[in-house]
Design a protein around this ligand. Structure first.
Ligand code: SF4
Length: 473
């Protein structure tokens, strides 16, 4: 299987390492705080923001309810514009489609712009196995490609890297020390290297922020301009897009775009919004000769299918991948992105990874949440992520996924908490038990679920005791 999953032990180990790494915590806090402040300022200056969030919620809900209709409309109009549309049932099929387009055209080098869908299908591995070299051209993606890592954040793949680490990566790539290591010089260095790749690439690969059904257009949103290079300079452009990323018309696309960058980075709009409607026409000065769009299912259709038992999770298909929920999540803020072992991290990743890649494999993720609801407050599509996290936890119990010990503990806990006498007795026993593990006023039990914090000492009198005393008075 493409994605190996995330057990509770794996999540804890990775999160513990991140928590113990002071520079990583600093980078993570700095980046997420920057995004949170940017989003807040953008919405403060956008009086219609809340109403447009309601509107986007309606649009996304109605589109997902009629997804088959809009997908067919999108396909027809894209084909009429000269785009070749492919359908991929799963990750393997999607990667095979792109790989065969590259092979049939003798492509040796592919230039890619940032795309979570291509991360999901592990396209770089598939292309490299077919002897096609892949160069990521988004600066953050290129940095993590040099580091041999996966993205840390949906919109900021390299937010965990310090400038010094990036200098080391660039010097290793160049094979010599850099004379100037200022941020401006590093950016210029990256631009210089990547420009040549655009010119040499036989194929440009992108994702798709959305497909507009009424015209069959693909919309790409970038801040670095690399998306435009990838979609215009190579002879062939291939886009991989999840089937849920459909906007019925340009009015819906406008509402979507007005919230995407504001929620993601706090910008009113991203620097570049690129619309691709078919390949170059005879009168065009530039553009690819062929445009392919690969529509990726990989488990999405079963979520949209109202007769499926997964239909309770259809709401997750409304996600526009802005990343805002990651920035406010207290768990993501401590654990970091790699703990999720999925292309999708944070609250959206905790819901969508088990749904797309298997609940059994990603059983830890529905628990990687405090259910505080901060994610719903910032989600532009007002997706109720905590509801789905709870539903996934219930599904785990129904499917017998928790270990026998955990199942026993949960049953015992239910029995104790459902019976006042047992609850009272358990409280008293806990009080006696804790005395054995309390030294110099610190309670250190042999098993500490809070890992790096001391558990509080139970007071001499419980609330129940105090209440009973009141009664007697
Ligand atoms: S769930 Fe909402 S906040 Fe999170 S990435 Fe998707 S659209 Fe953005």
């Amino acid at each position: 299987m493409i994605h190996t999953g995330c057990t509770v032990t794996q999540f804890r180990q990775e999160a513990t390492q991140t928590i113990g790494n002071a520079s990583l915590q600093k980078a993570l806090r700095g980046a997420t705080a920057h995004f949170v402040d940017g989003r807040q300022a953008a919405f403060d200056a956008f009086p219609d923001g809340e109403a447009i969030r309601d509107h986007l919620k309606e649009i996304r809900g109605a589109t997902i309810s009629n997804l088959a209709f809009y997908l067919e409309q999108f396909e027809q109009n894209a084909q009429a514009a000269g785009t070749i549309v492919h359908w991929a049932r799963n990750a393997e099929e999607a990667a095979a489609i792109v790989t065969s387009i590259a092979r049939e055209n003798g492509v040796m080098l592919a230039a890619k712009s940032k795309s979570m869908a291509t991360e999901e299908i592990k396209l770089n591995h598939a292309l490299e196995a077919a002897d096609v070299r892949v160069v990521e051209t988004d600066l953050g993606e290129w940095i993590i490609q040099l580091a041999g890592e996966s993205p840390y954040h949906i919109i900021g793949p390299a937010i965990h890297k310090t400038k010094e680490q990036i200098v080391d990566l660039f010097e290793e790539y160049r094979g010599r020390p850099l004379a100037d290591t200022s941020i401006a010089a590093l950016t210029a260095e990256a631009r210089h290297i990547l420009r040549q790749q655009f010119l040499e690439a036989g194929i440009g690969i992108s994702g798709g922020n959305m497909g507009v059904a009424e015209t069959g257009s693909l919309v790409l949103v970038t801040n670095e301009g690399n998306g435009r290079m990838v979609t215009t300079l190579p002879r062939i452009h291939v886009a991989v897009m999840g089937i849920e990323k459909i906007a019925p018309d340009w009015d819906a696309a406008a509402a979507w775009l007005s919230l995407l960058a504001r929620s993601a980075t706090g910008q009113p709009m991203s620097i570049y919004t690129t619309v691709v409607t078919g390949p170059r026409r005879p009168e065009d000065a530039d553009g690819p000769e062929e445009v392919h769009i690969v529509l990726l299912d990989n488990g999405r259709a079963s979520l949209a299918d109202t007769s499926s038992r997964k239909a309770d999770y259809a709401e997750i298909l409304q996600c526009i991948r802005c990343g805002a929920c990651l920035n406010v999540c207290p768990v993501y803020g401590e654990s970091g992105g790699h703990a999720y072992n999925s292309p999708y991290s944070g609250p959206i990743g905790a819901v969508i990874s088990p749904l797309l890649f298997g609940l059994e494999k990603y059983a830890a993720l529905p628990h990687a949440s405090t259910l505080c609801g901060a994610c719903v407050d910032v989600c532009p599509a007002r997706i109720d992520l905590p509801r789905m996290l709870l539903a996934l936890r219930a599904d785990e119990v129904e499917q017998g996924i928790p270990s026998p010990f955990e199942q026993f503990a949960e049953r015992a806990g239910t029995a104790v908490m459902g019976n006042a006498h047992l609850f009272n007795l358990a409280g008293k026993m806990a009080g006696w038990g804790q005395k054995m593990f309390t030294k110099n006023g610190t309670f250190t039990p042999p098993i500490n679920p809070t890992l790096d914090r001391n558990l509080p000492i139970r007071p001499q009198k419980s609330f129940r005791d105090l209440w009973n005393d009141l009664d007697t008075d």
